[in-house]
Design a protein around this ligand. Structure first.
Ligand code: ZN
Length: 179
């Protein structure tokens, strides 16, 4: 396997290339890479840099879902565990959105500890992005709906990392004071 700093650096580089030109939902339509950097950085911070594969998977967590990246490619370039973590947090995009959302709630408790951490970090980042100054009615409704759903998914992911659980609770507290 690559040395830890190379593993994370290669993951960031591949993620930047694969998501090039994509924008994220919420706060000023930031480049998608901002979301990936935030998720990877949350994971690095709450684990105090102890798990390079987890941070690499944070950078890559949306590549299989949203780009033409495959599990095999990730396994070959990074590691079997990085590939497995990304696949664990990949939604089946052939399902309609309500089914995908329900499936996330049902599947969450059965995920590996690392996948649970990525799920929570992803939800923290997505909630934060939806907290905007002077929200419109639609933005408020979207924040409320997203936060309520995220709480149900995260209920099945808690208990792996206390710092991450606390960060999620803080994001929810801020969201609820904004809707
Ligand atoms: Zn994501």
């Amino acid at each position: 396997m690559l040395p830890p700093i190379r593993l994370v650096s290669e993951a960031a580089d591949l993620a930047a290339r694969r998501h090039n030109g994509m924008a994220r939902k919420g706060r000023g339509n930031e480049p998608y890479i901002n979301h990936l950097a935030e998720v990877a950085n949350i994971l690095a911070a709450v684990t105090d840099g102890a798990d390079a594969e987890l941070v690499a998977a944070g950078w890559l967590h949306d590549t299989v879902e949203d780009t033409d990246t495959t599990r095999e490619e990730l396994a070959q370039k990074f590691s079997e565990r990085v590939a497995a973590l990304v696949v664990e947090v990949t939604d089946d995009m052939s399902l309609p959105k309500p089914q995908r959302q329900q499936k996330q709630i049902e599947d969450a408790p059965h995920k590996s500890p690392g996948a649970k951490l990525i799920k929570i970090a992803d939800k923290i980042s997505n909630i934060r992005a939806r907290i905007v100054p002077d929200p419109s009615g639609d933005e408020r409704n979207d924040l409320a709906a997203y936060t309520i759903w995220a709480e149900k998914v995260v209920a099945g992911c808690r208990g792996v990392n206390a710092k991450l659980d606390a960060e999620f609770d803080e994001a929810v507290r801020r969201a609820k004071s904004a809707f």
